[in-house]
Design a protein around this ligand. Sequence first.
Ligand code: ZN
Length: 402
Amino acid sequence: MKKQYLLFIIVAGLLTLFSACKNQAGYKTLIITGQNNHKWKASSPVLKQILDETGLFSSEIMTTPEKGGDMKTFNPDFSKYKLVVIDYNGDSWSEKTNNAFVEYVKNGGGVVLYHAADNSFPSWKEYNEMSGLGGWGDRNQKDGPYVYYKNDKLVTDTTAGLGGSHGKRREFLVRARITDHPITRGLPVAWLHGTDELYSQLRGPAKNMQILATAFADSTLGGGTMRDEPILMTITYGKGRIFHTTMGHADEGGGPSMHCAGFITTLQRGAEWAVTGDVTQKVPWDFPSAAGVVLRPDFKEMTLDEAFANIGNYDIAKSTKYLSCIQSHIRDLAGDETGTLKIEKMMVKVLSNNEATVGAKKLLLRELSWMGSDYSVHAIKNLVSNAELKDEAEFALTRLQK
Ligand code: ZN
């Protein structure tokens, strides 16, 4: 009897532990797709990957019936989720589903509206209040004003006209307009975004809306309004928070707009804010600057091992991304001797590798000159006899042997 009781305790304990682990898997997230004038089969898995990558979200993709299908069968239980991501632009949902979604947001549910989601549902009043601004679908002055920046001033423009346009796809500079919001805090004031459509002339109710970032739609670069158009927005609706990004026009496999580290990071931060009202994610080391676009080949932040696997092939004329990754890890480990020594050992391995380029070794010698320890001295001494590395090696040795 006693043994059975003990077994019961153990099983109960394991079950509790298991369910606790399951809870830690992340905010339950529903990505809705299935109809779009865009490649939703390409974009939705990318959105899922980007969100789940943070460890904060656990996403599932739900598809609606096809265009013309019986929308009454689309009936998600929104209350099961902390976040709903809309990658949808298609037939109206049933009234029951619309009402359930409105209730979900009013009660504090988080929402991310992605790219063409703001084209959707032109005649659903509550949805347009949640998106703040929308385009196409015969939207015009009846739907609300155009909202944009002109000469650094926020303009609410009630001029008659259709909502929604974009020029030729291109890279464009995104500029933060509110820099102390949890989503934009710590980001550069401006950064270059991967080739994308620059949504312009959006119009809508624009109630309880903050424009976090804009981009200038320069007509000399393939069509544009010559206004600074809203690109990232937040809206509150009841107790709910909505993050609206107009970026991310998808090609097969995502394309440069979705591979852009700026798109990925703002989506991850916007999603967290929509759920909690705050952002705990650290700004990644590869967040782009105004100087150049940063594309992540597999949507993920580079790991230290990947940086070391590649830096040996480094050519001075090419990108410094591998070194930047290593430097950011060193900075994060400041004060942690064991961690720093581990990186130092990896650096010494590159210095001792005959296949590694001179360019890479020069950069690492410069880095070791200030963060290295006795551990590096022997390997650096070996490089003094190399004419191409002599100066950097001697400099590092002087610094290290002080
Ligand atoms: Zn598009």
